[in-house]
Design a protein around this ligand. Structure first.
Ligand SMILES: Cc1ncc(COP(=O)(O)O)c(C=O)c1O
Length: 438
């Protein structure tokens, strides 16, 4: 048998969202993690500047979660999620509902952000049909959005590379303009300019007819394309337009959920209550695959009332929906968030984090910095083809001991809420040094 340490990753493993040929020549591998550090096979420590992939705000290696998962697997390793359930599913959903804005009381469990997006889209369509409005089939999303990789999410996403290889046989979606505008460059928090970009929704309604629109989906802060913070008043304006035209508003909080903005959900930070909230990633501190769609009670009620007795009200679900081990991980995670007051800690640490991040202004290879809560974004001066500078930065940062995600020529920074000030200093210093040497 081959010695595993000499195998190259893509001898058999196809690395997702990665240039596999490049990766094979220069693999970047983690073998363990503790707190805010990963370890490479050579024993080198790499500071985690991205909470894994926005997944792990309580830090890596949390024994409470590992133990809860182990205990659950020994007690009840699996229970069908169709026509059966188990107590941890009820407990996890009640705990999540307590964190959500009032009215978003029903929790539908799935296993990934992409599944949450598909689930919300199907629910939106089914909800309108339940009320006899079957013409409502068009979705409105936004340029530069990322809503995962299911067919639904690809249609909604505003990132052409995620779409161009797959043709146009995707659900119907049109895109509002993004909010990444020059007037707000180097602004901490919400920009003063651009609330009127929400009126783009009106333009699309006028173009397609409100009676044909099923729902509007946005990330409150667009995460993957570099932390695009909404302009002041923008989200409230979207909510108002949706109300005036009877459109469901969906917040994709796969990244912003669970304290990233300093409150449990960005809906609360921006004081806008959507009709559905999608969550994933930090729901188990990254320890188990899990995601969920939180739905307004009123939507659930319509689905119940319009279905004959003893019939299934929503023909949808996954084998792993509400998996017992994922529910156990979720409960243990939410206990950590509560006991360690991690959302408050995120709100407090945010000021220091953002001030440090914005101290990078003046670095000649940075063209913009954005940030809110414990999320930051940096635009890197392009070097030839789009994405080349970002790719180079991501590799050089790894060599210099920092894990960050880049998309195109933007870098996203999302530290764990447990990160100490000295570690934030280390992260910013590494970023500055690496960018200057590009
Ligand atoms: C806003 C948003 N929605 C959906 C997804 C898809 O989640 P997953 O990768 O778990 O399918 C992501 C992933 O980063 C995301 O950022």
């Amino acid at each position: 048998m081959d010695n595993p340490s000499t195998l190259l990753p893509s001898d058999n493993f196809w690395v997702p969202f990665t240039s596999n040929r490049d990766f094979n020549e220069d693999p970047r591998i983690f073998v363990s993690a503790e707190g805010v550090y990963f370890k490479t096979p050579e024993g080198k420590s790499i500071l985690d500047g991205c909470s894994g992939l926005y997944t792990t705000p309580a830090g890596h290696g949390r024994r409470e979660i590992a133990n809860a998962v182990y205990k659950q697997l020994v007690e009840l390793d699996f229970s069908s999620s169709f026509q059966r359930s188990h107590p941890k599913a009820f407990e996890a959903s009640t705990k999540i509902a307590k964190l959500l804005p009032q009215g978003l009381d029903k929790i539908f469990f799935v296993n990934s952000g992409s599944e949450a997006v598909d689930t919300a889209m199907k629910l939106c369509l089914a909800y309108h049909r339940a009320q006899g409005q079957s013409s409502r089939s068009l979705f409105v999303s936004r340029e530069r959005a990322y809503h995962g990789v299911g067919f639904g999410g690809v249609a909604l996403s505003g990132m052409v590379n995620n779409r161009r290889a797959f043709g146009l046989n995707l659900p119907a979606a049109v895109h509002m303009r993004h909010t990444h505008i020059a007037e707000n460059r180097f602004t901490i928090g919400e920009g003063e300019h651009g609330a009127d970009l929400a009126d783009d929704l009106l333009r699309l309604i006028q173009n397609y007819g409100a009676e044909n629109v099923a729902g509007v989906i946005v990330e409150p802060i667009a995460g993957s394309t570099g932390t695009l913070v909404p302009p002041k008043g923008y989200l409230k304006r979207l909510r108002k337009i949706c109300d005036e035209h009877n459109l469901l508003l969906i917040f994709d909080e796969v990244i912003t959920g669970f304290g990233r903005t300093g409150k449990a959900f960005a809906a609360q930070s921006f004081d806008v209550t959507p009709d559905m909230i999608l969550m994933a990633k930090a729901i188990t501190n990254g320890a188990q695959p899990m995601a969920a769609v939180a739905v307004k009670q009123t939507i659930f009620d319509i689905m119940m009332e319009t279905t004959p007795d003893n019939s299934i009200e929503f023909f949808h679900g996954y084998t792993w929906s509400a998996h017992p081990a994922a529910c156990a991980a979720c409960i243990a995670t939410l206990d950590i968030y509560e006991n360690e007051r991690l959302f408050e800690r995120a709100a407090q640490t945010s000021a220091y984090f953002l001030e440090s991040l914005f101290s990078l202004k003046g670095n000649p290879n940075i063209t913009d910095i954005r940030g809110y809560g414990m999320m930051g974004g940096i635009d890197v001066l392009p070097m030839g083809n789009p994405g080349k500078a970002g790719h180079k930065l991501q590799k050089k940062l790894f060599d210099n001991g920092l894990h960050l995600k880049t998309t195109g020529d933007a870098a996203v920074i999302a530290p764990a809420f447990v990160m100490e000030k000295t570690q934030i200093d280390q992260m910013i210093e590494t970023l500055d040094r690496t960018l200057r040497a590009m």
